[in-house]
Ligand binder design. Sequence first.
Ligand SMILES: [Zn+2]
Length: 82
Amino acid sequence: MCLGCQTAYYHNYFVKNSMRYYYDGDLPAIIQVGEHQFVERRLVNMWCMDTNIAWCVYLLNVHSLVNLYISQEVFHKLCPYL
Ligand SMILES: [Zn+2]
């Protein structure tokens, strides 16, 4: 419940002046994520972006390691005495 604007926020709607308003389209600027926890939508978007970037970096590292192992394996087949 925001005391400033007398609005109660829920996962998919908010209540103001005894009226329930469902979110349609864009999320509100501030989202209630717990009983007493609110998060700005901009921060949520940043977390989403960070997660996506972390996955991309992880996949790039896996790709590099696979390339490294495959190239070493091929190298040893070609030059077994080295
Ligand atoms: Zn408010």
